[in-house]
Design a protein around this ligand. Structure first.
Ligand code: COA
Length: 188
């Protein structure tokens, strides 16, 4: 018996696995300087294609990854939200760690969509996949992203603050904070 293809829905959003047609929307997202204002730099088309390939590989390996977020009503691509196995970035963090993340086109921001989509992925990760913990990382100064993390009820772990190795030394967004949420169904 084959299992149904992955699909996750919220009241306004729909998440389905990556398709080739998503590549150009994804490249636009990662080339947008406003979207990328808390990162070292926007990505080239080749870098964003490599990024999608990584996500597809994660999905095939783990059954979850950062996914394209579409409006249910129109099918329009608005950004990415999801969970993924985190590379060994943070000293002192129990491995393997799973992180939650988000990145939306400017016109989709400020409407509660990141929080809405992220809640669905937290629920999926903790309830369906029974992950022991989900973490979130963001640049210390990324106030909108920190606000989303706080609205999700995640706990700030100041002892795990770190310098992101893929952000150049001296860059204002190199220093990152980490928040976590343990699975309440699995005890401590
Ligand atoms: C982070 C991001 C996904 C948030 O998306 P969003 O759909 O606008 O998020 P929400 O609407 O669910 O919540 C955003 C919260 O941040 C607040 N916020 C936004 N800009 C803010 C600012 N400059 N200062 C303080 N708070 C701010 C909003 O008021 C809202 O909080 P509220 O509900 O208490 O009012 C979006 O800003 C984004 O894509 N940014 C660029 C990419 C990025 O930095 N991604 C995160 C990587 S870790």
């Amino acid at each position: 018996m084959t299992s149904a293809p992955f699909q996750l829905e919220t009241s306004r959003l729909l998440f389905r696995p990556w398709q080739d047609e998503d590549r150009s929307c994804f490249a636009e997202l990662y080339a947008n300087p406003e979207v990328m204002r808390y990162f070292a730099s926007p990505l080239t088309r080749q870098q964003s294609d490599d990024g999608i390939d990584h996500y597809i590989g994660f999905f095939e390996r783990d059954g979850f990854c950062m996914m394209p977020a579409r409006l249910r009503e129109t099918g329009e691509f608005i950004g990415i939200i999801g969970i993924q196995t985190m590379r060994d970035l943070v000293e002192g963090l129990e491995q393997p760690a799973v992180e939650i993340g988000w990145r939306l086109l400017p016109e989709a921001q400020g409407k509660g969509l990141a929080t809405e989509g992220a809640r669905a992925f937290l629920n999926h990760g903790l309830r369906n996949l029974r992950l022991p913990e989900i973490v979130a990382i963001t640049a210390i100064r990324n106030t909108p992203s920190r606000r989303v993390i706080e609205k999700l009820g995640m706990t700030h772990r100041p002892e795990l603050e770190f310098d992101h190795p893929r952000v150049p030394h001296g860059h204002p967004h190199r220093r990152h904070v980490l928040y976590s949420l343990r699975n309440p169904d699995l005890g401590s």
